[in-house]
Ligand binder design. Structure first.
Ligand SMILES: C[S@@+](CC[C@H](N)C(=O)[O-])C[C@H]1O[C@@H](n2cnc3c(N)ncnc32)[C@H](O)[C@@H]1O
Length: 316
């Protein structure tokens, strides 16, 4: 639905952007015409945007004043968490004894290689649209320096325009094999290096050395989104862009959020530290970027507890 709107209105998209409000009004009242001034006077907050999105998806809006439901959830969550924990006890024991982490670091790249292909099929047009903006950022050298943070298998390479000089950062060295394969498939790009490091501390990279940072499905897994965003700010040149695509928490009052909380402790082990209930849009909005634009997207795979996504860009 949002894709349709973007195509119709060709406006910059972002829940913080007044044009987005305009788009939503058109969605809700197709016949209604709204002037730019009228639209410009309404800034859509994240919550408003989400409520409208829910409505468009046919979801019943969840009332904000349902303390009884919140109370029931708070009682249910620990109980259900314990149940899931008991059902997956061997996994938790292995984790406790320190055996799970090395195993996870080995199998996770295989899992990601599989999921990435499926996700890219679904997201192809969206990712292409997002990353097409990179070509406008060429420096005086005619090249765009791009940091792929939490690069994984190199899922985004195929969407980048040529003339990009890519630096990859990921703490898991087991991704290198998959990364090399992606590099061989995407010879239109120039590859600088693969650095094994955490996004919280990228001392190998100089201040203001990047035109672009790309961060997809990473802020859910990092130890500290705040520190990572500070590091992104440091390595980006003024006017440089952060492109992001992240899965985030379901609305707090929803049953989907309850299930996310229930599965999170177990999912964290399966998904190499992946958190299901991060409200990453808040971190992005607080990170001190000059301008943050994002759009909300429904969950990609119904069979996973991974929630909706946010996609967008932030300007340093
Ligand atoms: C779900 S995968 C996503 C990979 C890839 N960006 C994609 O879109 O397919 C999460 C990636 O974040 C990496 N990661 C985890 N913790 C990190 C951290 N603190 N700093 C940077 N990358 C991290 C993982 O090793 C993994 O490659």
């Amino acid at each position: 639905m949002v894709l349709h709107l973007q195509k119709t209105f060709k406006e910059p998209v972002g829940l913080c952007d007044p044009c987005y409000w305009n788009n939503f009004i058109h969605m809700l009242h197709p016949g209604k015409r709204i002037t730019r001034q009228e639209a410009g006077s309404k800034v859509l907050s994240w919550e408003e945007g989400r409520l409208i999105s829910d409505r468009l998806r046919g979801k019943k809006p969840v009332s904000q004043d349902t303390p009884s439901r919140a109370g029931i959830m708070d009682v249910l969550v620990p109980f259900l968490q314990l149940l899931v924990l008991l059902l997956t006890l061997p996994l938790h024991l292995l984790a406790l004894l320190g055996f799970w982490q090395p195993m996870c670091k080995t199998y996770f790249p295989y899992l990601m290689a599989n999921l990435t292909e499926r996700a890219n099929k679904k997201m192809e047009s969206k990712k292409r649209e997002l990353f097409s903006q990179i070509k406008d950022l060429k420096g005086t050298s005619g090249k765009v320096t791009l940091l792929e943070l939490g690069c994984g298998t190199g899922a985004n390479f195929q969407f980048y325009p040529s003339d990009c000089k890519i630096t990859c950062v990921d703490p898991n060295p087991n991704f290198e094999k998959f990364l090399t394969k992606s590099m061989a498939k995407n010879r239109h790009l120039e590859y600088e290096r693969f650095i094994v490091a955490y996004g919280e501390d990228m001392k190998q990279l100089a201040d203001s050395s990047m035109d672009v940072v790309v961060c997809t499905l990473v802020l859910c897994s990092v130890q500290s989104p705040k520190k990572v965003l500070q590091e992104i700010q440091r390595v980006l040149r003024p006017g440089g862009l952060l492109f992001f695509w992240e899965h985030v928490a379901e609305p707090r009052e929803s049953w989907a959020y309850l299930w996310q909380r229930v599965f999170e402790p177990t999912w964290k082990h399966i998904g190499d530290g992946c958190n299901l209930t991060r409200e990453t849009w808040k971190d992005l909005e607080k990170a001190g970027f000059f301008n943050v634009q994002m759009e909300w997207q429904p969950p990609l795979f119904k069979w996973l507890p991974v929630g909706p996504h946010i996609m967008g860009k932030a300007v340093k």
